[in-house]
Design a protein around this ligand. Sequence first.
Ligand SMILES: NC(=O)c1ccc[n+]([C@@H]2O[C@H](COP(=O)([O-])OP(=O)(O)OC[C@H]3O[C@@H](n4cnc5c(N)ncnc54)[C@H](OP(=O)(O)O)[C@@H]3O)[C@@H](O)[C@H]2O)c1
Length: 325
Amino acid sequence: MKILAPDVPFDLDFPSLLPDGGASFAPGGTDTVATYAMGEPVPEEHTDAEVLITWSNPPKVLADAARRLTRLRWIQTLSAGPDLVLRAGFAPDVVIASGQSLHDDTVTEHTLALILASVRRIDASLAAQREHRWAKEIAFAQADPVTDREYTLDGARVTIWGFGSIALRLAPLLTALGAEVTGVASRAGERSGYPVVGPDGLDALLAETDLLVSLLPAIPATQHILDARLLSLLPPTARFVNVGRGATVDEAALVDALRSGRLAGAALDVMETEPLPEASPLWDVPNLILTPHVAGGRPRRAARFVADQLTAWRQGGDLRNVVAR
Ligand SMILES: NC(=O)c1ccc[n+]([C@@H]2O[C@H](COP(=O)([O-])OP(=O)(O)OC[C@H]3O[C@@H](n4cnc5c(N)ncnc54)[C@H](OP(=O)(O)O)[C@@H]3O)[C@@H](O)[C@H]2O)c1
């Protein structure tokens, strides 16, 4: 079996972690692992691969692989969101497994950083710092008893839309800061002690949300799902943080809501078009923090994960994170 592994800047030495210590990959063994450049078409001599590991491969490289790797049986992406691989056009019998869980720690930390930066107005302090200005108005605003909920998570009603792997890591940290966390997922029901509503419970929940955090995947059902109507249901003191995927947000509606003051603030790590075009209105919207899709950074413990997946695959066991197609 030939496995194609990307040229990643982190340790992906999975053969040495296999139960046989990688013997099947040694010279003369039954398996081979070949490293390929993620940004380039797969070289002709490797188009016979049966397993393709991907990470940040550009869409056109994935589409090219879908056309040329005719013996492929399994794609293991190291991204938590499999949207790019799903859209590349791989044959329906090719198993696609995601990197769900590999980014939970870093995305949680980044989400928390964006939430706190927005709630504590770090963006306003940084802007004032650039002007060498002591922005006392931030402290005065914090002291306002009517709006104090805007400036603290203690008692804030936080809705996490997309209550999956990352949300389960994030929610207890928000709880520790005093927030009341409710999830929204495809299916309603309690998860790890948190109430979770289904899509039909969203409208009522938004009206009572101080902070909306989106960790939604990009799938057809979530395309521009946060639109003008849903934004209008949020209280004007609410904030929105998106660390899921940019395609889930109607960005024009978000810009309108922020410019008109119908939404107090927002922070986005993901945008519909990335890199964000220079002419995008998002760059200059008030009370909006942008980070350049850096929440995940790189998968953690990826070699161990791939070794376990490969062991399961060889033994005919269940692969983790198989994506329904
Ligand atoms: N910014 C970054 O660098 C970065 C890094 C990693 C991941 N991400 C993004 O974060 C997303 C979440 O990652 P994860 O590992 O937590 O994924 P996950 O475990 O698959 O969780 C996704 C959640 O979304 C829910 N969901 C799906 N469609 C929905 C809909 N139409 N309405 C309501 N809920 C819906 C799912 O509900 P059920 O549980 O009921 O199925 C699930 O709870 C990824 O898909 C990726 O796009 C971003």
